[in-house]
Design a protein around this ligand. Structure first.
Ligand code: 5FU
Length: 281
């Protein structure tokens, strides 16, 4: 299809959503389609992982509510790292409430997500008003929203008509606030080439060494995700920061961070090779 055969640079040039455009430009500039999911619970570890993998990633994905010692200095330092290393920030908040509530959860509370996160995501379970509520806050700030069209975990209910409804909602959003999906496949093209909107597909559940975890996660390789399935960004968590979590890693943090850096490089290479294979270069 036209989208999967286009380069990231070509797609950046025609992308109407400012956050999605900045992401595609960053991907083309740094030659990386790797997003690191930094699911660590201390502020310093989060910042140190970002500093270690920063040169190799286009996007840092956070779960800011798992950071035990969260404060606004974390946001300031994360933002500074995003400028130092040239990456965007995606808070994986998975909003799923009525429009009024999500607009408050997005703008206010302890985390004030909209003020620092370029991209966030939402479940379409409540209906289109979840998008409207988030758009009210995010659009004036130039943010982008991904709909969770498909999840990676075993037995996920995100399939069939539900996935289709997410795609329809994205395609009919004339404001361009919805800029893509969390999905496992090219969900916008199951009924033929998508010539209406260039939507991004960001894909978690990526690992080179294991097939899953003990709690239902399922992993595929960067080649399966980018080349075979036509997705745009690989999201890798434990495959990259895993060395920090071992007994050995806790004892020798310096050595662990060097391994984290190496894993970042490894996944960046694998993701980019898969992309080059897909566009035929
Ligand atoms: F929407 C989704 C999904 O369908 N699967 C996921 O795994 C999100 N995720 C997130 O990606 C999840 O919350 C983790 O933050 C991350 C995957 O981490 P892993 O360590 O690579 O399994």
């Amino acid at each position: 299809s036209s989208i999967t055969l286009s380069t990231y640079a070509e797609r950046a040039a025609r992308q109407p959503n400012p956050a999605a455009r900045a992401l595609l430009e960053c991907m083309a500039r740094k030659q990386t389609n790797l997003s690191v999911s930094v699911d660590v619970t201390s502020k310093q570890d989060l910042l140190d992982v970002c500093d270690a993998v920063g040169p190799n990633v286009c996007l840092v994905k956070t779960h800011i509510d798992i950071v035990s010692d969260f404060d606004h200095d974390l946001v300031a330092q994360l933002t500074a790292l995003s400028e130092k290393h040239d990456f965007l920030i995606f808070e994986d908040r998975k909003f799923a409430d009525i429009g009024n509530t999500v607009s408050l959860q997005y703008s206010a509370g302890v985390h004030k997500i909209a003020s620092w996160s370029h991209i966030t995501n939402a479940h379409l379970v409540p209906g289109p008003s979840v998008v409207e509520g988030l758009a009210k806050v995010g659009m004036p700030l130039g943010r982008g929203l991904l709909l969770l069209a498909e999840m990676s975990s075993k037995g996920a209910l995100t399939k069939g008509d539900y996935t289709k409804a997410c795609v329809e909602e994205a395609k009919k959003d004339t404001t361009n606030f919805v800029c893509g999906f969390i999905a496992m496949s090219r969900v916008d093209e199951v009924d033929g080439p998508n010539t209406e909107r260039d939507l991004l597909i960001l894909t978690p559940g990526v690992g080179l060494d294991v097939k899953g975890d003990a709690l239902g996660q399922q992993y595929r390789t960067p080649d399966q995700v980018i080349n075979e399935s036509g997705c745009d960004v690989i999201i890798v968590g434990r495959g990259i920061y895993g060395p920090l979590m071992t007994e050995e890693g806790k004892k020798d943090k310096k050595a662990a961070f060097e391994k984290v850096r190496e894993q970042g490089e490894r996944y960046k290479k694998a993701g980019w090779e898969a992309y080059l294979a897909r566009i035929g270069q």
